[in-house]
Design a protein around this ligand. Structure first.
Ligand SMILES: N=CN[C@@H](CCC(=O)O)C(=O)O
Ligand SMILES: [Zn+2]
Length: 416
């Protein structure tokens, strides 16, 4: 038995067993002066200290939170963790005024990372991704969705997905794999897009489904990437094979991506910077969760999605990092919370909901993680602050003091 006591705020997110919408996103079910008992990696009891303490057995291992804040581990529902190289060179070009699309048209962008990722061995990619996964842990993230999409041949996509499986087997974090073969058409298929779509649908997807290497399939639905019709073909094939769906939609233009996600019954539509009223209504009607990625809008100096509108329309909003080498090189959910608050006027409580319980539901994990309730996995973080709002108020610093996954201490910051 593990017992966590002396929590100034135990931010439980207890509530209905479904994604939170509207005013529910502001209800964090905070227990002041709280405590929690953990048995066999699962939460057994949560409540006020005086209610919980009598149930602590004498041999229990005690964790004194020292009057700090305790939250569920963050769930990052959109990352591109596995790639080789960086794109610091392109970052500098963009700062000098050259647009993301222009750099891509010159052979940079996603394709530059594809070249480097193809050249890397599986072991090299694993070492890079494992090191980065520690950055996430230090920022309080315990579960990550990870997309492939920088391989774009059957062998290279499988290589990336195997790296994700290995991360699951060898690190304490939980990884949910997503196949993003429809990220861009690779160089060698430039003049024959249809052949690349055939490869995706007839070769890659069946192999990935057969090997159980992905839980979701994603596509980049955008001018210059994949059209609505092409994305529909890929995602419909994935759905027939039993994969869940996610979609990069409306990042640079309102191209009908949100409506496509709704039509296909996707779990999420991600980005949505340019989604308008019709798209929002379609997402609402089909219960698709929007995954908003303010760090990529920040890095690109681009438009932010209309997050307040989405919350007011009753969408179960999720916030994620979009960690990737081109548009969002940050592993930090606290940074995303800060951006969501300052740039999109999402309240701090809404942002916590969007990065915990709502994110968990978007990955099909709502019954297991995302809140501190009896029966759930004991994935929680002790932060070096006394009020959860400080997680969005301070920015650019790491406040996580101890991170636990399944009741096991997996990160501890040395005393400073
Ligand atoms: N939009 C497409 N994919 C990534 C960017 C990938 C890259 O630039 O390498 C995104 O989510 O922003
Ligand atoms: Zn992305």
């Amino acid at each position: 038995m593990l017992a966590v006591t002396n929590c100034a705020q135990l931010v439980t997110l207890a509530g209905p067993a479904r994604p939170r919408v509207g005013p529910e996103m502001r209800a964090l079910s905070i227990v002041e002066d709280g405590a929690m008992i953990i048995r066999d990696g699962r939460i057994a009891r949560v409540g006020k200290r005086e209610e919980v303490e009598p149930h602590i057995e004498p041999e229990a291992q005690l964790v004194d939170a020292g009057g700090r804040v305790v939250l569920p581990g963050f769930i990052d529902a959109h990352t591109h963790l596995v790639f080789a190289g960086t794109r610091a060179d392109e970052f500098e070009l963009r700062l000098a005024g050259i647009a993301y699309h222009e750099i891509a048209a010159r052979g940079g962008g996603i394709r530059a990372t594809v070249r480097r990722t193809r050249a890397a061995t599986e072991d090299e990619l694993f070492a890079l991704a494992r090191r980065r996964s520690e950055w996430f842990l230090r920022n309080g993230t315990t579960t990550l969705e990870v997309k492939s999409g920088y391989g774009l041949t059957a062998e290279d996509e499988l290589k990336i997905l195997r790296v994700i499986r290995r991360l699951n087997e060898t690190t304490p974090l939980r990884f949910i794999p997503t196949f993003l073969g429809a990220h861009t058409v690779p160089d060698e298929y430039d003049a024959r897009r249809a052949d690349y779509l055939d490869l995706l649908i007839n070769e890659m997807l069946p192999r990935i489904a057969q090997d159980g290497l992905a839980q979701f399939c994603d596509a980049f639905c955008e001018e210059g990437a994949f059209s609505v019709e092409e994305s529909r073909r890929v995602l419909s094939a994935a759905k027939r094979l039993g994969l869940g769906l996610r979609l990069h939609a409306d990042q640079f233009s309102d191209g009908g991506g949100a409506q496509l996600a709704a039509e296909l019954g996707a779990a999420t539509a991600d980005h949505l910077e340019y989604t308008g009223d019709r798209g929002i209504k379609a997402l609402r009607a089909a219960n698709v969760q929007p995954v908003l990625l303010p760090a990529s809008a920040y890095v690109l100096g681009a438009k932010y999605p209309v997050a307040r509108r989405m919350i007011e329309e009753g969408l179960a909003v999720v916030l994620a990092t979009d960690f990737n080498p081109g548009t969002s090189p940050t592993p930090s959910i606290p940074m995303v919370i800060s951006l969501a608050a300052t740039q999109m006027k999402i309240s701090l409580a809404e942002a916590i909901t969007a990065t915990t319980i709502n994110a968990a539901y978007s990955l099909g994990l709502g019954a297991r993680v995302g809140s501190l309730e009896a029966g759930k996995d004991a994935d929680f973080v002790i932060y070096d602050c006394g009020d959860y709002r400080e997680l969005g108020y301070f920015f650019g610093i790491e406040l996580a003091k101890e991170v636990y996954i399944g009741g096991r201490l997996v990160f501890s910051r040395p005393e400073s």
